[in-house]
Design a protein around this ligand. Structure first.
Ligand code: TEU
Length: 570
């Protein structure tokens, strides 16, 4: 069990805001910083401690701000630096911390560094990016970009290819170049000196490439090779992060969370073992991969509960063992809506959203709530391809139709299940025009058509709403240190319907029971707990009293957390 004092971010809950889609203050159809400032009291009322903003910097928005053309200015569509300063000040006044997205694996091709870099091999910025000579007249290797096509783009005037793991408008920075690292560190200081409270670091596991740029294997019906073998957790990534920590992070009391694609828990602990002084947390993808299939992310598979238990439990146990700290999430701006993917967004929307919240928030780690999750917002089920904006979705649509010859219906089914735009539709505030997000005639992405029944105003009017349940989950996390410190233990590992675990403290234990079944089921409380004094801390339905033999009847998607007195620590 960890020390009860802990770091502030270990006791915190993060609320993720996707700025384009949160609240539009100037009614141009795009959310903005002043819109976020208007809604800070909402985030405060929910009880979150930290706000993470997706990128807000100058950007051509090929990938919605993950293509940055100036790291030190605010994108005009979102507001001004004064608006940001005000947002930060108001947040701090309310006791909310603010972390920003640091996107430094790549820049936009419109960044002045890249414009200089591609002028010639002799440019002093050439080596800011990864340029390679053609090999026998072709690309240097078979890597495919995340958003379709090769990850190499030839520039005739230079006579070389540059690397872009994402869109071709997102050239990869060359971290081998110490000047690049110093530039990044300067950018970080710029924002930290303004008083921000930390960073979420985009694809940080990809910044060090293997120097021989080995071909990747071709999987999942793709035309190109996988870049992960040559780019994920590369040979110098930990040197770079140690340097970043020593030069920048160690001088500020901030929190960092690295997004680490292709990183299993053994690799992850190298980033977050606190004795190594690199990052505080990482976002892993192991639970996101449970429903991948022959077309990767865009498959129609559902996850299996036993796999979910296995993955989440492994991360709980290993992080604790290796002095690390988990980040806990169901969804973000790249993923489908949690309740649609892991719960049931029809008949059991409310109970399954609450159940999922319970399962995650009672685990050890820092929970991340993605905007709208706290009111049970769902995927979009009726959009046409012309309604989508996301370049990943548009690429998949093309590939499914043209390369794999799937029908329109099959293609749209996969997109409705997994498109990133499911998470990016405007926040649903009330039942007025555009769900109260904007008064514009057209919003940048269409509002989900279910906004009249699912919105904040309705949730606030109903004491049994997902909103108030999330508020309570956060409150009990703040009130009961055992949720931060208790030792995790999975129980009933082979139960195919119920995910249950204990959090074991010095003089009490939490018992968390979450049913994924769509019917009533019976559950047996473990023998060593059933005779002890207990009280329900939170539940999404009944009080779930167990009888003398420890049997309790669970409603569909039941969630219940008991605080049990007296069990000794193992
Ligand atoms: O995503 C990184 C990443 O690994 C993506 O491949 C992600 O898994 C994908 O969207 C899943 O379908 C980050 C950002 O979160 C994402 O929004 C950006 O598009 C990407 O980096 C490039 O910056």
């Amino acid at each position: 069990m960890m020390n009860e004092s802990g770091k502030w971010w270990q006791k915190s809950v993060v609320y993720q805001v996707y700025p384009k889609s949160f609240n539009d203050s100037n009614n141009d159809g795009v959310g903005d910083l002043n819109g976020i400032t208007e809604k800070l009291s909402y985030i405060k009322e929910l009880g979150a401690d930290i706000i993470w903003l997706n990128p807000i910097y100058d950007s051509p928005h090929v990938d919605n701000g993950y293509d940055i053309s100036n790291y030190r200015s605010i994108d005009a569509s979102l507001g001004t630096m004064m608006d940001f300063d005000q947002l930060l000040k108001r947040s701090h006044d309310l006791g909310l911390k603010v972390i920003l997205d640091l996107v430094v694996n790549h820049t936009s091709d419109q960044h002045p560094w890249f414009k200089e870099s591609k002028k010639s091999k002799n440019s002093s910025y050439h080596d800011y990016y990864i340029w390679k000579n053609p090999v026998e007249g072709h690309e240097p290797n078979n890597w495919g970009s995340s958003f379709g096509g090769s990850s190499w783009e030839y520039v005739k005037s230079v006579g070389q290819y540059y690397l872009h793991l994402f869109a071709k408008q997102q050239p990869d920075l060359n971290w081998e170049n110490p000047k690049v690292r110093q530039e990044v560190f300067d950018v970080m200081r710029f924002w930290l000196d303004k008083g921000i409270d930390g960073f979420r670091m985009d694809v940080i596991s990809l910044i060090s490439k293997k120097p021989d740029f080995p071909d990747g294997t071709i999987v999942q019906k793709k035309k190109f090779g996988d870049y992960y073998y040559g780019a994920a957790n590369g040979p110098r990534v930990h040197d770079y992060l140690k340097e970043m920590n020593k030069e920048v992070l160690s001088h500020y009391d901030v929190v960092t969370v690295g997004e680490t694609p292709h990183t299993n828990v053994e690799e992850a602990v190298k980033y977050v073992d606190r004795r190594r002084q690199e990052l505080d947390m990482v976002f892993h993808f192991d639970h996101m991969h449970l429903d991948y299939g022959e077309y990767g992310k865009f498959s129609k598979n559902r996850f299996k509960l036993l796999d979910l238990k296995d993955v989440l439990s492994r991360w709980q146990t290993e992080m604790a063992k290796h002095h690390g700290w988990n980040s806990l999430y169901w969804s973000n701006h790249d993923q489908a809506r949690a309740v649609s993917r892991f719960g049931n967004d029809g008949k059991y929307r409310v109970s399954s959203a609450k159940m999922l919240g319970t399962l995650l928030h009672m685990m050890q780690g820092t929970p991340y709530i993605y905007e709208g999750e706290e009111i049970g917002m769902t995927n979009v089920h009726d959009a046409k391809i012309s309604d989508y904006n996301d370049l990943e979705t548009l690429d998949i649509y093309n590939r499914f139709q043209n390369d794999y010859h799937l029908t329109e219906e099959e293609t749209m089914k996969a997109i409705h299940m997994k498109s990133r735009d499911n998470a990016r539709t405007p926040m649903q505030w009330d039942e007025s025009k555009n769900a109260g997000f904007s008064k514009a005639d057209k919003t940048w992405l269409k509002v989900n058509s279910n906004f009249r029944s699912i919105n904040v105003a309705r949730a606030k009017d109903n004491p049994d709403s997902v909103f108030y349940y999330y508020q309570k989950l956060i409150q009990i996390r703040h009130d009961y240190p055992i949720i931060t410190t208790g030792q995790y233990r999975l129980i009933d590992a082979n139960n195919p319907n119920v995910f249950s675990y204990e959090r074991i403290g010095n003089d009490n234990t939490l018992l968390v029971i979450c049913s994924f079944a769509e019917k009533k089921i019976q559950y047996k409380v473990p023998d060593d707990l059933k005779k002890l004094d207990h009280k329900v801390l939170i539940s999404n339905g009944d009080q779930y009293e167990w009888d003398t033999s420890g049997d309790v009847v669970l409603q569909p998607y039941a969630a219940v957390v008991y605080l049990i007195q007296g069990k000794e620590m193992l």
